[in-house]
Ligand binder design. Structure first.
Ligand code: BEZ
Length: 191
């Protein structure tokens, strides 16, 4: 699959017939909202975990030296917390462009963190069949990769550090993110 997913997302999942859509953010969407939204609430999805397994050619790296950014992997029994935003379908013009490097949209149940109830929402996922996918490595190797990567949106390390801060503010634990943050801070101190 080509790693530019803009037209693929439009064809596979038309949203224009809806008044509004809940979008689940688990990565940069938690701390970087460069779009308008009608409402925002903490939420989680069950059966998924964050992993820095996706290559970034356009934000935190370059085509020759991709950075590492998040995707979700299936993890039965686990949960991934983030922020859900209620947006108009037109917002996906911007989001599909921002997240065009291999991410496909998927509808999944979102569960509210601070109230009972759930709704269907959209999440961006980058699977192993996209050209920018990097896959697993040790957390130490991932941190070293992130420490040396940068792209048009800035240093790759900033992505991890801002996300870890945002998760802490939500009182959320994420062992993968916090282990990489810890190693990254150690590496950045050395330079
Ligand atoms: C997010 O923050 O939910 C997100 C992560 C990766 C790609 C697109 C969105």
């Amino acid at each position: 699959m080509s790693h530019n997913t803009i037209s693929l997302n439009k064809q596979r999942q038309p949203l224009d017939h809806l008044d509004s859509v809940w979008l689940f953010g688990y990565g940069s969407l938690i701390y970087k909202t460069d779009f308008d939204y009608l409402a925002a609430k903490p939420a989680c999805i069950y059966g998924w975990e964050r992993r820095f397994w996706q290559g970034s050619h356009d934000h935190r790296g370059t085509p020759d030296a991709p950075g590492r950014v998040l995707t979700l992997i299936e993890a039965p029994g686990k949960r991934c917390a983030g922020i859900a935003y209620q947006v108009t379908p037109a917002t996906f013009e911007h989001l599909d462009h921002r997240e065009k490097n291999g991410y496909l949209r998927l509808f999944t149940p979102l569960h509210w963190l601070n109230e009972t109830g759930e709704t269907q929402g959209v999440v961006y996922l980058a699977g192993p069949d996209n050209e920018a996918y990097l896959g697993p490595d040790t957390e130490a190797a991932i941190a070293a990769h992130i420490a040396r990567s940068h792209g048009p949106s800035g240093p790759n390390s900033e992505y991890v550090l801002q996300l870890a801060q945002a998760l802490r503010k939500m009182n959320e634990q994420d062992e993968h993110v916090f282990a990489i943050e810890h190693e990254l801070l150690r590496l950045l101190k050395q330079t």
